[in-house]
Design a protein around this ligand. Sequence first.
Ligand SMILES: Cc1cc2nc3c(=O)[nH]c(=O)nc-3n(C[C@H](O)[C@H](O)[C@H](O)COP(=O)(O)O)c2cc1C
Length: 330
Amino acid sequence: MLKTRFTELFGVQHPITEGGMQWVGRAELVAAVANAGALGFITALTQPTPEDLVEEIERCRELTDKPFGVNLTILPAINPPPYEEYRRAIIESGVKVVETAGYNPQEHLADFKANDVKVIHKATAVRHSLKAEKLGVDAVSVDGFECAGHPGEDDVPGLVLMPAVADQLSIPLIASGGFAEARGLVAALALGADAINMGTRFMCTEEAPIHRRIKERIVEATERDTDLIFRTLRNTARVARNDVSRQVVEIESWGDATFDDVRDLVAGTRGRKVFETGDPDYGIWSAGMCQALIHDIPTVAELVDRIVCEAEEIVSGRLAGMMETTGVAA
Ligand SMILES: Cc1cc2nc3c(=O)[nH]c(=O)nc-3n(C[C@H](O)[C@H](O)[C@H](O)COP(=O)(O)O)c2cc1C
């Protein structure tokens, strides 16, 4: 058993989280993660209304009696979703841990804190992590450049970003982006993190509620099979490389492209169809570089057990075996 500040603070067995994933973070996956002793997050905005979110939380409770959380992704939009109502739905459902992401969580913190909800804020930079700590969040999840979804605009990979954050942060740090197996977990702990967060790896499990063909596509993919879109809009997203992502990158290379030029290609409804129909080239869908490290479609329990057991073996076997005993008395 790996005991860290994260496992202590959140009362879960293993230092592993399954971060919010649009269209993927539903009750069946989150409950499987909870039952495996890790911490999963239902993705609030996958549910069309706050009332649907309440039902999804109830559905998850029917599948597990272990703790789980909700991800609230805050994105600036012309017609934003009713964030305050989603927040109330989370609080009134009795959920005790939230992962915020996308934007400064300040306007939601007081309400969460007043209702004993612990907040993990997902950030992509040292300065944003420290800001979140100052605002009063309980832990920070930091996405390195390798990650699926939004890595920010600084392009700092986890190997540098995690210790750079760990050096300055006092609250628990969850390392995110590029983690898929035991070696990554041990490395993250060595870099100063208290847990890892995985997205792409959990997408490729039996319980993830997406078409099997997409999981098989992840297994086939290598570390080179992602594209960075929206670079020119300063809203970079790492997505699975496919026909549509190539077109978006091509249009952005014109230099004067606007969002309107790619709007139809990147429509969320098309991305959702990918997961429903299993056609990997139908739209844009998120996936990270760690596809290279994913070779099978296990159950969530098999995956978590494997990562934790192998991590213990690396620490107490391989690494301990490297410590040379000189036999010289001090
Ligand atoms: C399909 C998919 C959808 C995602 N959607 C969201 C989201 O809605 N909100 C969010 O905060 N992060 C989202 N993410 C990012 C993950 O929570 C996590 O930070 C990221 O996957 C970590 O990188 P990894 O894939 O290399 O493990 C998504 C990731 C994937 C793979």
